[in-house]
Design a protein around this ligand. Structure first.
Ligand code: GLN
Length: 303
C-alpha cells in the first residue's frame, strides 16, 4: 500500500535542486547530491522503501538521539538532567555564545549537549565506551553498525569548534571527566554509517516504545522513550524545530550527512536521506518528503 505513494513523493522530491552538501569537513563534501531515499518500518518490522535506500551515509546529528537514549539507559533521567537540559536553544546546532552565560548545555540534540551525553556513556576506556555505543546503536538498528573511519578522522582533524564547546563546558562544570575522550566518542558516533533502511528500523524502535519490531527485542525502557521523543519534538531540528512541528508535526532529528529520522508513535518509523542541506543543516529534499508523508498519511500529531 505504501510503495506507490512513496514512489510518487520521491519523484517530486527529486526535482528539488535547492541546498548544498555539507562542507564543514572535507569528507562529507564528497557525497553524491543526487541520492535520495525514503524508508518506512512498520510494526511487523517490514520495511517499505524507495530510491537509494541502501546507499550508506553517516548518522552525524541523528546519532544524538541514540546517544541520549543510551545515556538515559546508563545513568537515568535525573542524573542526566543535572548535566544537560531539555530546552530548545533557538540557536545553531554548533552554537557557543549562550553556553558562556548558561554553563550547561540546553539539550542533548545540539552539539554541546551531545558531547555531554557522550561523556556519560559507560565504559572503563574509550574502546569500551565505543563498544557500548556501537552495540547500543546496533540494537536499535537490528543490524551490526560500524564507523566510517575517514569521516571520523576528517571530523577529528577539523573539529575545532566542537573542541572549543567541550572545553568551555568543562571549565564551567557542565561537562565533567576527560574532555578529549568525550570528544573522541562524539566524533565517532557522528561517523556511524547507516542505510536509510537501517535508520528506519532505529526510528521504528522509538515508535514502538523501545521494542525493535525487526529483532523483537525491547531495547529501551518505555519511560526513556518518552524522554527521548519529547526532546526530539522540541529540539530535534535545532532553531527550525517550531516550523518543523508546525508543518510535519512529528518528533524528528536531522543530521548533516543528509539523513532525517522521524517517529509516528505507535505507527511507523520514518527515515529519509538526501545530502543537500538547508541553512539549518537539515536535508532539503528530506524535509520536503517528511512533510508530504505526514500530509498524505495524516501523521501530523495534531491532524
Ligand atoms: N558532526 C557534526 C558536528 O559536530 C554533526 C552536526 C549535525 O549533524 N548537525 O558538527
Amino acid at each position: 500500500v505504501y510503495l506507490e505513494a512513496l514512489q510518487a513523493i520521491l519523484t517530486e522530491a527529486q526535482m528539488i535542486q535547492a541546498g548544498a552538501v555539507a562542507n564543514y569537513i572535507p569528507e562529507l563534501a564528497t557525497a553524491d547530491p543526487h541520492q535520495t531515499a525514503i524508508a518506512l518500518c512498520d510494526e511487523t518490522g517490514a520495511i517499505h522503501s524507495v530510491g537509494d535506500d541502501t546507499a550508506v551515509f553517516t548518522l552525524q546529528s541523528c546519532s544524538k538521539v541514540f546517544a541520549h537514549a543510551l545515556a538515559l539507559r546508563a545513568v537515568g533521567s535525573q542524573r542526566l538532567l543535572q548535566s544537560v537540559g531539555v530546552e530548545p536553544s533557538g540557536d545553531r546546532f554548533d552554537g557557543i555564545i549562550s553556553l558562556e552565560s548558561r554553563g550547561r548545555a540546553h539539550n542533548p540534540l545540539i552539539n554541546s549537549g551531545a558531547i555531554c551525553t557522550s561523556s556519560l556513556i559507560p565504559g572503563n576506556s574509550l574502546t569500551e565506551k565505543l563498544k557500548t555505543l556501537l552495540g547500543g546503536f546496533s540494537e536499535f538498528a537490528g543490524s551490526v553498525l560500524s564507523i566510517d573511519v575517514s569521516v571520523f578522522l576528517s571530523e577529528r582533524e577539523h573539529g575545532h569548534r566542537n573542541r572549543a564547546i567541550a572545553h568551555l563546558l568543562r571549565s564551567s562544570g557542565g561537562l565533567t571527566g576527560d574532555v578529549d575522550e568525550a570528544l573522541e566518542l562524539y566524533f565517532q558516533q557522528c561517523a556511524v554509517q547507516v542505510t536509510t533502511q537501517q535508520l528506519s528500523v532505529m526510528a521504528a524502535t522509538l515508535a514502538f516504545q523501545g521494542f525493535n519490531p525487526k529483532t523483537k527485542q525491547q531495547v529501551l525502557d518505555k519511560s526513556h522513550v518518552r524522554d527521548v521523543l519529547s526532546v526530539m519534538m522540541t529540539c530535534g531540528i535545532y532553531d527550525a524545530s517550531g516550523e518543523w512541528m508546525y508543518t510535519v508535526g512529528l518528533p524528528a532529528k536531522s543530521g548533516v550527512g543528509g539523513g532525517i529520522l522521524a517517529v509516528v508513535p505507535g505507527k511507523m518509523g520514518i527515515a529519509v536521506y538526501s545530502p543537500r542541506l538547508d541553512n539549518f543543516g537539515t536535508s532539503v529534499r528530506g524535509a520536503y518528503i517528511c512533510e508530504r508523508l505526514s500530509d498524505r498519511f495524516g501523521w501530523h500529531l495534531f491532524a
